[in-house]
Ligand binder design. Structure first.
Ligand SMILES: C[S@@+](CC[C@H](N)C(=O)[O-])C[C@H]1O[C@@H](n2cnc3c(N)ncnc32)[C@H](O)[C@@H]1O
Length: 226
């Protein structure tokens, strides 16, 4: 088994379960271009992962969604499509260039009335949302600079209600999260994130490893309790 096999299985799933889709395919191109420009591998979620998030949000009946890390709006389109007619989503993005691409892709998907992209450092945007006393979010997707996940969690909890679902992406990082030889900021941030999740009695969390077109990684999924 190797990455080629994982990719082939993802392609096989996507061929059967996710057809061609102008808005999503266009956003994927935008995300790929943004990643390439930043010298990164494609850092948007894979199509079957985007649909996984979409289904989670629908299963949960989310009416208000918060995303941290928009890139080109790919996951935002999947999540925005899970919203009911009167639903709303806010996606936070540091890079003005990425935010512009995300807004254009979201508009092309017909979701601009529901999905707002806020430009700026996510910590500052989260503090602004807290200061504005916005209604709690039902579903939160954390997918930006992983070193800040503990800080994001602290703020997201102030924007949550009992029952809010919090999903964090890229929590495995090819096993580095559990390998004491690694001390990169992102890995250290994720370890602290898991410590916070494990110690906070209000939170129920599990984490699952994934393999596929994005390599070996995983999601942490949390439900906020009362
Ligand atoms: C992994 S990509 C998001 C991918 C997107 N969720 C998707 O799947 O289509 C991470 C994004 O977070 C943004 N980002 C990184 N650090 C940030 C910060 N401190 N505040 C806001 N956005 C940040 C990056 O510019 C990048 O666009």
């Amino acid at each position: 088994m190797n990455e080629q096999t994982w990719q082939a299985v993802d392609d096989w799933f996507c061929d059967r379960l996710i057809g061609p889709d102008d808005a999503l395919d266009g956003a994927l191109d935008g995300a790929l271009a943004a990643s390439a420009k930043a010298g990164l591998r494609a850092i948007n979620v894979a199509p079957n992962q985007g649909k996984f998030l979409h289904l989670l949000a629908r299963i949960q009946g989310a009416r208000r969604i918060l995303e941290i890390g928009a890139l080109g709006g790919y996951s935002a389109i999947w999540l925005g499509r899970a919203l009911p007619d009167d639903g709303a989503m806010v996606s936070l993005e540091f890079s003005p260039e990425n935010a512009a691409v995300a807004r254009a892709n979201i508009a092309r998907a017909g979701l601009d009335a529901k999905v707002t992209v806020m430009t700026g450092l996510a910590l500052e945007s989260l503090d602004a949302l807290i200061a504005q006393d916005v209604p709690p979010f039902d579903f939160v997707f954390i997918d930006a600079d992983k070193s800040n996940n503990p800080n994001y969690l602290e703020r997201v909890l102030k924007l949550s209600r009992p029952g809010t679902v919090i999903v964090a992406d890229n929590v495995v990082r090819e096993g580095r999260v559990a390998d004491p030889a690694h001390h990169e900021d992102e890995v250290v941030g994720l370890r602290r994130y898991f410590d916070m999740l494990g110690h906070d009695k209000r939170l129920e969390t599990t984490a699952v490893q994934t393999v596929g077109s994005k390599g070996w990684d995983g999601f942490a999924i949390t439900v906020v309790g009362g």
